[in-house]
Design a protein around this ligand. Structure first.
Ligand SMILES: [Zn+2]
Length: 698
């Protein structure tokens, strides 16, 4: 009897688990329009089994490659490896997308649970000796194989990936290498989680109306809604999320409150509490250096940069100093103007970093009769989005049609089908605009599916753009700041890079390009956003529908070079900081803040400006893929300014230039050396002058 009972229990459990298996959406083709992720059906309990099964399948595929009795060929080894792990890719793309855009305690927990498993899994492949032998054998015959450009690139990248992943290391070092990767994966997750919690933890509650002095109606309304959401009545809540923080710094007349907000922002991860990131940074830096040394590189930066256009730290520092010197001079001049404004107002104090935003607005207003709030009414989010869509239409004939039949992961998300001029399907674009506690800060583009081909069949891309924009409040729609407009165009540029991708191997398509090249397609779009011709297409008053007046456009153009010293100094300081951390040849550092101070002193940073990110919340370099890479934004600016010049020289919508840009840059992904691609588009190498000219740094 007892036996029978346990037997039936086992049977029931077995049947139950079968049922769960078959209902797991990751285990079947996505049965949705364009096979987009069925967000409405994916449950938290589906991830772990899908990750586990995905890893198991790829392990099997790899062992099939290795045990293939046939001699290694490009097809049976390199291409077979490229095609392996499709389930793992599928679940990872959904999971990682949501981890950034709509996370939860459960997702964070799974992320921590699987990080070591995934690190081990990729190490098991990267350090598989027999697999590497086969790849090496194909690599050594590469000149005799008659591969096309993309195949050749895949072979070279695969081989290099293995070498960089430790495949040439002796056995004992391999174990050490694995251990380092495992530790790093956990440390970087912890770093990001701490920053997210720190950002969410701070709130400044204002009870007295007089403390709102100077703020716009929109800021006040947003703060009032934030207070209501948190259950505070009759008060206002400001946070260090950018849409709350920046307008506060720009317009609050209460200097001590500006200081409070500013300091809360720049001290994230540096509060000596359980969310402090300083110890984590020291460990990350130490481990990265150790890993680079193991692989035979002098520093982590040498290891990283080899794979980029810049090639080595010297080239990066050279570029940074080239822009740094004129930028610092300009910032000094700007500081003097701000100090004069302070004195004109009769104040005795010296300009401090928390004053810069405020007095910059005042000087701008005085000099150009322009402030942020004058523009906002013409920058309704939906109109700006239409502007970006129209631009893509004028350049490449693309259209964007909203679809209501495709599942989303949050009600804020909108879905657009992107089509060619002839109506054929290009891909899917999700947009997700507003901040929420489950979303990390910043703005980004991501892929729920990258474009690729198998046997000639094209799999179309599914792309997302995520932002933290000013929310609509009450009757007022979302009205963007100019910086937010640029951000929208920027991320849309990344989205186009993913959408217009047109090659075969997914590890080389879309935005899978060297990091200092990846910001070209995004940053170039910002150039169009401020052109009068384009502004007139999308900027109209949200109440009257009146197009943005010529006079206002003229002011924007006149003010275009305003405050650029500040912007570049702030950003370049962070780039130097990143490079300094990652060109260390010894990890004998024990004080993060002292190290930072020395780095800033070395470049003569003026005291009125702080680096755009302090190390304890510098997520780009300690939690995402931008270590020894923050310079990329500036590097790519050289490219984007020079590339945009090609349109300026002909016509903003010149079809021939647009096509050349699409074919050589957007469609090609990482299938060729970016230097070659750029030359093919532009007919020559990029020049730095257009950037210096554009920003008034010449
Ligand atoms: Zn970007």
């Amino acid at each position: 009897m007892k036996l029978l009972l346990s037997f039936s229990l086992v049977t029931i459990l077995f049947l139950l688990s079968c049922k769960i298996q078959t209902e797991n959406p990751f285990f079947t083709d996505f049965n949705t329009p364009f096979a987009t992720p069925p967000f409405d059906k994916i449950k938290i309990e589906h991830y772990l089994p899908a990750f586990e099964e995905g890893m198991r399948q790829q392990q099997q595929e790899v062992s099939d490659i290795v045990s293939n009795p046939a001699d290694p060929t490009f097809e049976n080894t390199v291409e077979a490896l490229e095609r392996s792990g499709s389930l793992l890719t599928k679940v990872s793309q959904v999971f990682n997308g949501l981890k950034s855009a709509h996370t939860s305690d459960e997702i964070q927990q799974i992320s921590k649970d699987i990080a070591p498993m995934l690190a081990k899994h990729s190490d098991d492949i990267n350090l598989n000796e027999k697999l590497f032998e086969r790849i090496k054998s194909v690599y050594e015959q590469r000149d005799a194989l008659q591969l096309n450009t993309e195949q050749r690139m895949l072979l070279e990248e695969t081989y290099k990936g293995f070498v960089r992943g430790g495949a040439n290391l002796p056995d004992d070092k391999k174990a050490e290498f694995r251990e380092i990767n495992k530790k790093l994966s956990l440390l970087t997750i912890q770093f990001a989680e701490n920053v997210l919690k720190e950002t969410n933890a701070f709130e400044m509650v204002i009870d007295k109306e007089e403390d709102l002095a100077g703020l716009s109606d929109a800021s006040i309304a947003a703060a009032s809604e934030a207070a209501a959401e948190k259950g505070y009545h009759g008060s206002w809540v400001f946070t260090i999320h950018k849409p709350s923080l920046i307008p506060f710094l720009q317009f609050s007349r209460k200097r001590e409150l500006r200081e409070k907000m500013f300091k809360a922002y720049i001290n994230q991860g540096n509060n000596n509490n359980e969310l402090d990131n300083k110890e984590i940074i020291l460990n990350i830096v130490k481990l990265r250096l150790k890993r680079a040394n193991l692989l035979g590189y002098k520093t982590h930066a040498d290891f990283v940069l080899e794979e980029n256009m810049a090639k080595n730290p010297d080239n990066v520092y050279k570029l940074l100093y080239q822009v740094w010197k004129p930028a610092l001079n300009k910032a000094r001049t700007e500081a003097t103007a701000l100090q004069r404004m302070i004195e004109n107002e009769g104040h005795p104090f010296k300009l401090q970093p928390w004053d810069w935003w405020y007095y910059a607005e005042k000087v701008k207003k005085e000099k150009y009769d322009l402030d942020e709030e004058m523009l906002r009414p013409y920058l309704k989010l939906e109109d700006v989005r239409e502007g970006a869509f129209m631009l893509a239409n004028k350049l490449w004939g693309l259209t964007f049609e909203e679809r209501m039949d495709i599942p989303v992961y949050h009600p804020d998300v909108k879905v657009f089908e992107v089509k060619e001029k002839d109506g054929s399907h290009v891909g899917i674009l999700y947009t997700d605009y507003f901040p929420r506690a489950s979303k990390r800060g910043g703005a980004w583009m991501g892929s729920y599916r990258k474009q690729y081909r198998i046997n000639g069949k094209k799999y179309t891309p599914v792309i997302v753009n995520v932002f933290n924009f000013t929310k609509p409040s009450g009757d007022t729609p979302s009205l963007l700041s100019w910086e937010e407009v640029e951000t929208l165009f920027h991320e849309f540029g990344h989205a186009l890079h993913g959408l217009l991708s047109d090659r075969t191997y997914h590890s080389l398509t879309g935005t899978s390009v060297p990091r200092d090249f990846v910001e070209l397609p995004s940053q170039i779009m910002e150039n169009w956003a401020s052109e009068p011709q384009v502004l007139k297409m999308y900027a109209r008053h949200y109440q009257t529908g009146e197009a943005i007046p010529d006079e206002l456009i003229k002011k924007i153009q006149q003010a275009a070079k305003f405050n650029q010293g500040f912007k570049y100094v702030e950003r370049l300081a962070a780039s130097f900081l990143d490079m300094d951390w990652h060109t260390l040849t010894t990890a004998e550092i024990d004080d993060v803040i002292a190290f930072e101070d020395r780095a800033m002193k070395k470049i003569d940073l003026i005291p009125q400006i702080v680096t755009r990110y302090h190390s304890p919340y510098f997520r780009h370099i300690f939690a995402s893929g931008y270590s020894a890479g923050y310079y990329s934004y500036t590097w790519a600016e050289v490219l984007d300014s020079d590339a945009f010049q090609a349109f300026k020289e002909t016509d903003l919508f010149d079809q021939k230039t647009a096509l050349a840009y699409r074919e050589n840059i957007l469609a090609a992904g990482g299938t060729e050396d970016p230097k070659v691609l750029y030359r093919r588009f532009r007919g020559r190498d990029p020049r730095i002058e257009p950037l210096l000219e554009k920003r008034g740094l010449n």
